[in-house]
Design a protein around this ligand. Structure first.
Ligand code: CLF
Ligand code: SF4
Length: 510
């Protein structure tokens, strides 16, 4: 008997593999004005309203606003070779960390507890630890309870897309206006290397047939969502040797179907996670490989570069994880005081700070003239708020910006270990830190000790502490102007830096 893929008509297969006619109903039409880097004036007002305080959909918002996930969805309807089902979903969380699974009632209480404690928490996401749409009752019950008690919180969903077309109407009815679909390929041959099986319509499918069904369902779901004006982000895991070159095609296919943002994430495949890819030695990409792919995909739909591949129970700003403060035991014992007015007042304060930051960047940019053609990457020590406000020794992640005559562009982040834990191992930690920011010409910090300062300088990375507590972009542009002037005067020579390591794993509450 012919398999399902063979039964599909040629035109149906073609429809899946080729970019669709533009279905985008909203958004924007120039590269500089779209996606996660866009600002208030760049987007249609209704789109700006949706993304302005969503830390994943707006790169700028991620400095100021937090998200939380509730782990109400344990089951999954397919298998990815980068996931170990015993642990969390590696699309949205690090494998190797077991979540506390919650009932919808526990989840709703947790959302109120977090919202009362962290006024800048604006988004509730359901991202696992399995697939939210393989657990539809728990997922939608949670959304329903939260929207009844905390109507100012945006609802967000992340899915592999297999069940998506069946739930689009419900997603719209429940006012879930941000949906992420993980799409790693549109080619069944490649799909067969990523997905050993799917479970669909009470039957298990394998190989190319499984991959073909999955792609059709993902594309159909994406089109249905964008037709309804629901903002869609596509996550893709970059798997060197399998889909790294092909992701450019995926980008075209999802862009033509109206996806708002494309997030290409590095494969997480440490052997201790026990995944098929981890155990077979499949490596993740280097920082340079990841950036080159993101750059080549950047077009009308911007790339998300600030994803932290967070856990299915993550809480806090994207660069932090406060989930340990909100264990079920602690949440159930908490007195919850959900004060909408206090939350709004706090967020107004955040908006004023944001406006000050934008104005400072603009005025610094105005004096950045000339076209030197020089591009420099720098690392920033920050704990949020868009300022250089972290001590070198306390950094858990550096934010990385590319500086050019266009300004300062966020291009990623690098996880590192605390250098200041003190005692043994400090040298090794410093070594791994340097490898993580080896592509950077400078590191901006609030403070730094003499010893790491010397070692960084020897490694060709300039430690810069004169902008302590200042805004990141304004300071970086000011430094870049000096750098270009020094190159022009012959005081220094501009040299392209090397590659850097991407550390495995996502945010944990360690
Ligand atoms: Fe969560 Fe995902 Fe919503 Fe964000 S995460 S469901 S869109 S609220 Fe964000 Fe985390 Fe990256 Fe996901 S940083 S893994 S992209
Ligand atoms: Fe794991 Fe998520 Fe893939 Fe399901 S969709 S197998 S939970 S990574």
């Amino acid at each position: 008997m012919p398999d399902l893929a063979q039964q599909q008509s040629a035109s149906s297969l073609l429809r899946v593999l080729q970019p669709a006619v533009q279905t985008k109903k909203e958004g924007c039409d120039s590269k500089s004005k779209c996606g996660s880097a866009a600002g208030r004036g760049d987007l249609a007002p209704e789109v700006w309203e949706k993304i302005k305080n969503h830390p994943c959909y707006s790169e700028e918002a991620h400095h100021h606003y937090a998200r939380m996930h509730v782990a109400v969805a344990p089951a999954c309807n397919l298998q990815c070779n980068y996931c170990n089902r015993k642990y969390d979903c590696s699309n949205e969380s690090r494998p190797g960390v077991v979540s506390e699974k919650l009932t919808p009632e526990q989840a709703a209480k947790k959302v109120l507890a977090v919202a009362s404690t962290i006024p800048q928490m604006t988004v509730l996401g359901i991202a696992g630890p399995g697939d939210p749409l393989a657990n539809p009752d728990k997922t939608f019950r949670t959304f329903e309870m939260v929207s009844n008690t905390a109507p100012d919180i945006k609802l967000c969903l992340s899915t592999n897309g297999l069940a998506l077309p069946d739930y689009v109407d419900k997603i719209q009815r429940f006012n879930v206006d941000h949906v992420t679909i993980t799409i790693n390929t549109i080619d069944p041959e490649i799909g067969a290397e990523i997905y050993p099986w799917i479970f669909w319509k009470h039957k298990r499918y394998t190989g190319k047939e499984a991959a073909h069904i999955l792609t059709e369902r993902q594309m159909q779901g994406l089109e249905m969502l964008t037709e309804r004006g629901i903002l869609c982000k596509v996550n893709s895991v970059m798997i060197p040797g399998i889909n790294d070159r092909h992701l450019v095609e995926v980008n075209k296919a999802v862009k033509s179907r109206g996806a708002f943002l494309h997030n290409i994430m590095p494969l997480i495949s440490a052997p201790e996670h026990g995944t098929v890819f981890g155990l077979s030695g499949r490596r993740g990409p280097s920082a340079r490989e990841l950036k080159a792919l993101q750059d080549s995909c950047e077009g009308e739909m911007n790339m998300m570069r600030h994803c932290r591949q967070c856990r299915a129970d993550a809480v806090g700003l994207l660069g932090e994880d406060r989930s340990a403060e909100f264990s079920t035991e602690k949440v159930m014992a908490m007195e919850v005081n959900y004060d909408l007015e206090a939350r709004q007042a706090y967020q107004e304060k955040v908006e004023r700070e944001r406006e000050a930051k934008t104005a400072a960047k603009r005025s610094e940019l105005e004096s950045l003239t000339g076209a030197s053609g020089i591009k420099v990457t720098v690392a920033i020590a920050t704990k949020g708020g868009g300022r250089i406000n972290e001590h070198f020794g306390h950094v858990k992640e550096f934010q990385v910006y590319e500086l050019s005559t266009e300004g300062a562009k966020f291009v990623g982040h690098r996880r590192v270990d605390h250098y200041c834990k003190g005692g043994e191992g400090a040298e090794e930690i410093l070594e791994t830190t340097i490898r993580a920011i080896n592509d950077c010409a400078a590191v901006f910090v609030a403070k730094i000790g003499g010893c790491p300062k010397d070692t960084l300088t020897q490694a060709g990375i300039e430690p810069v502490d004169k902008y302590a507590l200042e805004f990141i972009e304004q300071s970086a542009i000011a430094w870049f102007k000096e750098y270009v002037a020094k190159v022009a005067s012959g005081e220094i020579r501009h040299i392209a830096r090397g590659d850097a390591d991407i550390r495995q794993g996502a945010y944990t509450a360690a």
